[in-house]
Design a protein. Structure first.
Ligand code: SAH
Length: 254
């Protein structure tokens, strides 16, 4: 049970598998006004940077679930490194359908909303693990400019223009699902560069170390094509944000 190998290769050196930077991740944690001891659930926790740094900086406790064996091992190592291994737990597994035994103060899925079939399904899944008054955190791309053609959307590695919304529509869609947007942290092109360009050096070094690997041809093709594709499409058209949500019908307990 694992994610496609190509991601375990291209993102093996990433601490954050999204266009959000370490600084913005810290600012987001502060913006959510996390209390010491707050329980954070993270579906698709990657290499664990959010939970580990928030445990170190804000005293949260956390549980992360991720389908990548490699990323989950990296998350456990990161927790040791930051001295928070007693406060965070990383589980290697499928987060689809995962509901926590103990309700979370923050229930997050940052850049993995396919886990429950899209934004709406993921919010519904996270809501089942959320305590009254808690916050749902969703990380999701949006169009900074609407692609003029479906081919441009595909150039951004989306299946279709309809995969993503413009920012105002994305924010409105949370409202239609019955949620207030209570905070947000948007990525910028520098953050996108950290996420995307960091893959290139990783690929280059992996190719040098694994010339005979059955994946070498695919990695070589990606490394050759990616800088230009990224600059032409993703960097121009795609935005990304972390969105904090609270249910509107949360009542007095919220
Ligand atoms: N939230 C992390 C990782 C985002 S990348 C961060 O911001 O750094 C998306 C993550 O989803 C990857 O780590 C991938 O391994 C994980 N993933 C993909 N499908 C999954 C599934 N079904 N269950 C759990 N994790 C999954």
């Amino acid at each position: 049970m694992d994610i496609p190998r190509i991601f375990n290769i291209t993102e093996s050196a990433h601490r954050i598998h999204n266009p959000i930077t370490a600084e913005k991740l810290a600012t987001l944690g502060a913006a959510l006004r996390l209390e010491p001891g707050a329980r954070v659930l993270d579906l698709g926790s990657g290499s664990g940077e959010m939970l580990c740094t928030w445990a170190r900086d804000y005293g949260i406790t956390g549980t992360g679930i991720d389908l990548s064996r490699l990323f989950t091992e990296q998350a456990k190592r990161r927790a040791e490194e930051l001295g928070v291994a007693r406060h965070v737990t990383f589980i290697h597994g499928d987060a689809a359908g995962y509901v926590a035994n103990e309700k979370a103060d923050v229930a997050a899925c940052v850049g993995a909303t396919w886990i429950a079939g899209g934004v709406a399904g993921t919010i519904a899944l996270l809501a089942r693990s959320l305590r009254p008054g808690g916050i749902i955190l969703i990380g999701e791309p949006y169009w900074r400019q609407l692609p003029p053609t479906e081919a441009v959307a595909k150039g951004c590695l989306a299946n279709a223009i309809a995969d993503f919304l413009m920012l105002p529509e994305l924010l409105a869609s949370f409202g239609r699902l019955g949620y207030d947007v209570v905070e947000m942290m948007l990525a910028d092109p520098d953050g996108w560069d950290r996420y995307e360009a960091a893959k290139w050096l990783t690929m280059r070094r992996w190719l040098a170390a694994n010339p005979g690997d059955e994946f070498a041809k695919e990695v070589r093709a990606q490394l050759t094509a990616e800088p230009e594709r990224y600059a032409t499409y993703t960097r121009e058209y795609l935005g990304w944000g972390g969105f904090a949500l609270m249910p509107r019908d949360g009542g007095s307990s919220a």
